[in-house]
Every structure is written in structure tokens, then in C-alpha cells.
Design a protein around this ligand. Structure first.
Ligand SMILES: NC(=O)c1ccc[n+]([C@@H]2O[C@H](COP(=O)([O-])OP(=O)(O)OC[C@H]3O[C@@H](n4cnc5c(N)ncnc54)[C@H](O)[C@@H]3O)[C@@H](O)[C@H]2O)c1
Length: 389
């Protein structure tokens, strides 16, 4: 790293206001220009097939380890993608093995918390698929632990990175839509068929699917102050590849109302029982999955917030004519989160993805479960830096 980037790196860590001068990355500031961020991927199932090739496109990141308790999956990923990584059958062996800087957690949702804690305890930065912990309180504790060790913790999703999110946020901030009152987000399909954990306690359509809309709507409208929700199980039994016939324990149908500042109310609807003619792909999806209503204009995201296909809007200023904007993804891909934060750390710039935002979404999910159990409106405590753009 040259003197200028070293200076920028140190300024960044100082200005972040928290202990973010991560010890294992300190060497980058001192070291050679060609230093790469060494990462370890844990969980070599379905989503790793999207993450690994994306990580391999980075000149700044090297995948040095692959790990899965179904060890043959780590071997298969190594071979299929030509990774040349060390492979491990569990996290303990991986932490004792090849040194690395950041762990990328892509396992069953329920075990993220324990794995992320082990990695942080071992001095590793962590990018975690959602959720980063099983509860907001533990997620916050993990963040405090990471900060006390001068490490970074990050949580999926990466929806705030899309040019469409940026466009919508700027439109809202400009005031062109007038006084905002309401918004809606939705995401569903007929549910994963490969693993039982999606339907077991701690799983469900909220942490798997609704999480994207919650991140988008809070990212656009600001942190939620309270939540009311109705959750249900529509399909009580499923057949999945890893365990055969299972009883569904987690909600597979969820409606949430979020209260934001300035009396804005938003609604999220998600579930594992939504017929979608595009299945798990959304390249050609035309659905307006995010809708924002203001006194002088409305705005609709075309496609999903993780697979963005454009923004339609009509305002007083456009004489009510529908305008189509931002039909180009500008390189944004939902699977880019770990690559983006990894490269940002190396370059010494703060990415838009923010861990406090991911924690806020986790608190919303937990509050929705509590609201369903109690029939009550649940107040939230967490906030995150906003506006994000
Ligand atoms: N599949 C997708 O398209 C997709 C997209 C975005 C996000 N996600 C998220 O990614 C995560 C994983 O989903 P998936 O669909 O890849 O699931 P999956 O079941 O296909 O893969 C999970 C893998 O983790 C492994 N694993 C479980 N416990 C482990 C442990 N303790 N140590 C090491 N490995 C362990 C399993 O053996 C399995 O191979 C979830 O949080 C999910 O919400 C998935």
C-alpha cells in the first residue's frame, strides 16, 4: 500500500468513530501493494454456488479455505470452481488451519450465530448471510465483541447497493414525491426444496425473504419505531431433500406493519406459498415489489429489490405521466455483499452496507414474532445511520 492509501486507510479508521482499526488488516497498511484479503467460506450449499464465482472475480480477494460439515460439498465446490483452497469438515479445524482475514458464513440460518462468534473470538472479520444471529440482543453482543477486538462484522443483504435503491432514496430525499405516507414491499415464492432449516424454528420466510424488503423499506424511509405483525403457517408439512417429510415450525406467511418517523407506515408481505411464474429467478420479473406513495408522486421498483429491473414513477412534476428510470443494474448483483465489503476494507473506504442496519432488520423480525405471539404492537430500540444515500 502506498503512503497516500495508507494515510486514507488510517484516516478512515479514525473517522469511523469506533474501534475499527482491525488488527489483522493493519498489515495491509504496512505491507505490499499486492496484499489480498484472505477469506474462508463456511457452508458450501446452494448459495455458495453464487458467492464463490463472484468472489473469484475480485483481484483483491483470495478464497483460501472452504468448509462444510457435509465435507464432500467443500471438495466439490473447490473442484467445480477451480478454487485451489484448503478444505475442512468443521470450523474448529478451519480456524486452526490456513490463516485468513474474513469468514463468509453461508450455512443454515440457525447456526450463523455460533459460527460467527467463534470466528470473531479467533480474530476474524465476518460477513454473514442473514441473519447474523438468532436474536437482536446476541447480534448486538457479537458486534460489540467484534469492535472490542478491532474487527468488522457485516450482515446480508446487499440491497442498498443497487442503483435503483440509490435512485429511489435520492428521489425521496429531494422531496419530489411530496409528503410520504405509505409504502409496501413483497417477496415470495413456493419455498426452498433442498433444506429443512428454512422451515425449522429460527427459520421462516421473514429471515429468508422478507428481510430484503425490510432492509429496502427501512433504508428508504428510515428506521422503524414499532412493529405489528400477523404470521401463519399455511403449509404444515413439506418434503425437502435433506430430511424428507418434515413438520413446518416457522412461519411461511407473514404480514408486517412498520411505523417510521413522520407518521409513515410501511407494509411487508412475504411467504413460502406465493406462486411465481419465474420461480427462483427474477431476471424478467415485472412485478412492482416495492411501492412508495407520497402526496405529490408515487414510485415503484420493477422486479425485486435483490434483482432490480428499473423504477417507474409519476409525480405532479411529470404531469402524472409514468416515467421509467434506472433500467440498468450498473453491475449490481445480490450476491456481491462479501466481495464489496472485503474490497472496501482493503481500499480503506466505508461501504454503504451497514451492520447497524442489518441488526435493525433482525430486531424487526424478532419483534414481528413477538407481535404475533402477544397480539401487541412492539416498540424497537435500534437505529442506524440514515439517510443511507
Ligand atoms: N440459496 C440461495 O439462493 C440463497 C440466496 C440468498 C441467501 N441465502 C442464505 O444463505 C444461507 C444458506 O442457504 P443455502 O440455500 O445455501 O442452504 P444450503 O442448505 O444449500 O447450504 C447450507 C450449507 O451449510 C452447511 N452447514 C450447516 N451447518 C454447518 C456448520 N456448522 N459448519 C459448516 N457447514 C455447515 C450445510 O451442510 C450446507 O451444505 C441461508 O442463510 C440463506 O437464507 C440463500
Amino acid at each position: 500500500m502506498n503512503d497516500l492509501s495508507r494515510k486514507k486507510f488510517l484516516q478512515y479508521t479514525a473517522s469511523a468513530g469506533v474501534a475499527v482499526l482491525f488488527s489483522s488488516l493493519e498489515s495491509f497498511a504496512m505491507g505490499k501493494d499486492d496484499k489480498k484479503l484472505k477469506v474462508a467460506v463456511i457452508g458450501c450449499g446452494s448459495v455458495s454456488g453464487s458467492y464463490i464465482p463472484k468472489l473469484l472475480t475480485s483481484d483483491l480477494i483470495e478464497i483460501v479455505s472452504l468448509c462444510d460439515i457435509k465435507y464432500d460439498r467443500a471438495l466439490e465446490r473447490n473442484k467445480t470452481f477451480n478454487v485451489s483452497a484448503k478444505t475442512y469438515p468443521n470450523i474448529d479445524e478451519m480456524l486452526k488451519g490456513e490463516p485468513f482475514d474474513m469468514m463468509i458464513t453461508l450455512t443454515d440460518m440457525q447456526v450463523h450465530e455460533g459460527l460467527n462468534r467463534k470466528a470473531i473470538m479467533a480474530g476474524k472479520h465476518v460477513w454473514s448471510e442473514k441473519p447474523m444471529a438468532n436474536s437482536y440482543v446476541v447480534g448486538k453482543e457479537l458486534l460489540n465483541l467484534a469492535r472490542s477486538k478491532k474487527l468488522r462484522l457485516w450482515g446480508a443483504p446487499a440491497v442498498v447497493n443497487s442503483p435503483q435503491f440509490e435512485f429511489m432514496s435520492k428521489k425521496l430525499q429531494s422531496g419530489e414525491l411530496g409528503r410520504i405516507s405509505s409504502a409496501h414491499g413483497q417477496y415470495g415464492h413456493t419455498g426452498p426444496t433442498w433444506s429443512a432449516f428454512f422451515y425449522e424454528k429460527g427459520g421462516g420466510s421473514m429471515p429468508d425473504l422478507g428481510v430484503y424488503n425490510m432492509a429496502t423499506l427501512t433504508g428508504l424511509l428510515g428506521p422503524a419505531k414499532s412493529v405489528m405483525a400477523m404470521l401463519s403457517i399455511v403449509t404444515p408439512e413439506r418434503t425437502v431433500d435433506d430430511k424428507g417429510k418434515i413438520k413446518v415450525e416457522a412461519e411461511d406467511n407473514a404480514h408486517l406493519l412498520l411505523e417510521h418517523d413522520n407518521n409513515i407506515i410501511s407494509h411487508v408481505m412475504c411467504g413460502f406459498n406465493f406462486y411465481d411464474r419465474f420461480g427462483h429467478q427474477a431476471k424478467d420479473q415485472k412485478l412492482h415489489s416495492i411501492q412508495i406513495y407520497g402526496s405529490e408522486g408515487n414510485m415503484r421498483l420493477i422486479g425485486y429489490d435483490w434483482e432490480t429491473n428499473g423504477v417507474a414513477f409519476d409525480t405532479v412534476k411529470t404531469n402524472g405521466e409514468e416515467q421509467l428510470a434506472c433500467t440498468d443494474k450498473g453491475g449490481y448483483e445480490w450476491r456481491e455483499g462479501a466481495k464489496v465489503v472485503g474490497e472496501s476494507m482493503l481500499k480503506g473506504v466505508e461501504p454503504r452496507i451497514n451492520v447497524e442496519h442489518a441488526l435493525h432488520v433482525l430486531e424487526i423480525i424478532e419483534a414481528a414474532r413477538r407481535s404475533q405471539e402477544t397480539g401487541m404492537r412492539i416498540k424497537l430500540q435500534s437505529k442506524f445511520p440514515w439517510p443511507m444515500v
